[in-house]
Design a protein around this ligand. Structure first.
Ligand code: PGA
Ligand code: ZN
Length: 422
């Protein structure tokens, strides 16, 4: 039993300088813990609603004072001095209090800040690491680290749209440790920065998640540069390191066509393009290869590539149990990209996770492009036995907070890394 005696939210700024919310939860006997909530830019249409003030005089309307107020007034009034025996009980109370289907009244940002700060306070009161407390929510033993998918190059909404596809990520193939994964990535990142300098005269022009963003003429040039960077760093592409893509194709899909190059292409042609990339480059995972609205063609994509790589749904699924159910029935993909703030409580994300596992899918635990220095996502990736962890690049403190947390966990509890293939 954990009794909440206080909740206190404030508005803070995220890695893009945009407002977000940080809530501190105090339990009986004075244990307290905080959680800060990230924010997406390449968002799925079906995500839970992140409440913004729409006051044009502050942060272009992006302020979070309303969400802060909801925690400090209505949510606190409702939860104060109440005992919660489980996370689920707390989360169900929050969902019922909000009363909408997408948390638009109180705000998914407000609700999630309470959900996670409570989980952290409970873990603290029981003197257990957060990742172990998280693992209890899904009733799974923690036996390994996720393999890292680390952002090397960015385009799309994260980088001024110089090319449509959003991320090319490096996946260390069979590292001994998190430490070794980061060493490899550092070498590849430096090699890639040199390529940017030689080819485009720009060494470190970075995107939202710290990925490099030189003005590649097309997606193939971005993929080729990633392979060259692996090679130049002294590793063998396809043996030592693989590639993962977040195509984020919802954002260049209009009226049934994909605007990947100047000439729009059909869904079938988009699938052929992805197949061609998989034949030419050492790709092990493709996220949002098709648009969130292109349900008819996702099963064809899964059919074409699902036996070779992870066909990951991000915008397609939005960590939403209803959408996952539909995707499982349609055989639309074989892996879930899990972002807790797409759905708004830990318990609902745990349900989404369970459904994905029941379907035999793999799971990538992901942060957002607007992050904070909070590191709870690293504990989630370990606690929920993610097959992959997607945390952006290896620069910028909001990313490093999570990698450093993984190093800290590894230092205390060395474990194997999920290798490819599993
Ligand atoms: P977001 O994008 O955090 O900007 O929504 C990340 C992603 O598409 O995976
Ligand atoms: Zn994505």
């Amino acid at each position: 039993m954990s009794k909440i005696t206080d909740l206190h939210a404030i508005e803070i700024l995220d890695s893009r300088g945009q407002p977000t919310i940080k809530t501190t939860c105090t339990l009986e006997h004075g244990v307290r813990a905080s959680a800060s909530i990230p924010s997406g830019r390449s968002t799925g249409a079906a995500e839970a609603l992140e409440l913004r003030d729409n006051d044009a005089a502050r942060y272009q309307g992006q302020g979070c004072k309303k969400a802060v107020d909801h925690v400090n007034k209505e949510i606190l009034t409702s939860l104060r001095d109440r005992d919660f025996s489980t996370q689920q009980e707390l989360d169900e109370t929050l969902i019922a209090l909000d009363g909408t289907d997408n948390k638009r009244r109180l705000g998914a940002n407000a609700i999630l800040s309470v959900s996670i700060s409570f989980a952290r306070a409970v873990a603290k009161s029981q003197e257990e690491p957060l990742y172990l407390a998280f693992s209890r929510l899904i009733k799974r033993q923690v036996e390994r680290f996720p393999r890292l998918t680390i952002n090397l190059f960015s385009g799309g909404r994260h980088a001024g749209k110089q090319i449509p596809i959003q991320d090319v990520l490096i996946v260390p193939a069979s590292p001994e440790s998190i430490d070794q994964s980061l060493v490899m990535m550092n070498n590849i990142y430096q090699a890639a920065a040199e390529i940017g300098l030689q080819r485009y005269g720009m060494r470190l022009l970075t995107a939202d998640e710290g990925g490099l963003a030189p003005p590649f003429p097309n997606a193939e040039a971005m993929l080729e540069a990633a392979v060259t960077a692996i090679d130049n760093a002294g590793y063998k592409p396809g043996r030592d390191a693989h590639l993962a893509l977040d195509v984020a194709s919802s954002h260049f899909y209009r009226d049934g066509s994909y605007y990947l190059d100047e000439t729009p292409i059909s869904s079938s042609m988009m699938i052929e393009r992805l197949e061609a990339w998989c034949s030419s480059y050492p790709i092990v995972s493709i996220e949002d290869g098709l648009s969130e609205d292109d349900w008819d063609y996702w099963p064809h994509l899964q059919e074409a590539l699902g036996s070779r790589i992870l066909v990951l749904g991000d915008d397609l699924l939005c960590t939403n149990p209803e959408r996952i159910k539909k995707a499982v029935a349609a055989r639309a993909c074989n892996a879930l990209l899990l972002k807790v703030n797409q759905i708004g409580t830990l318990s609902e994300a745990a349900r989404a996770y369970g459904m994905a596992r029941d379907a035999g899918w793999m799971v990538t635990i992901s942060v957002r492009s607007g992050e904070t220095e909070d590191d709870w996502a690293a504990d989630l990736a370990v606690g929920w036995s993610g097959d992959q962890f997607k945390n952006g690049s290896i620069t910028q403190s909001e990313r490093l907070a999570k990698y450093n947390r993984l190093l800290e966990i590894e230092n205390l509890t060395p474990m194997k890394i999920a290798s490819w293939p599993n």
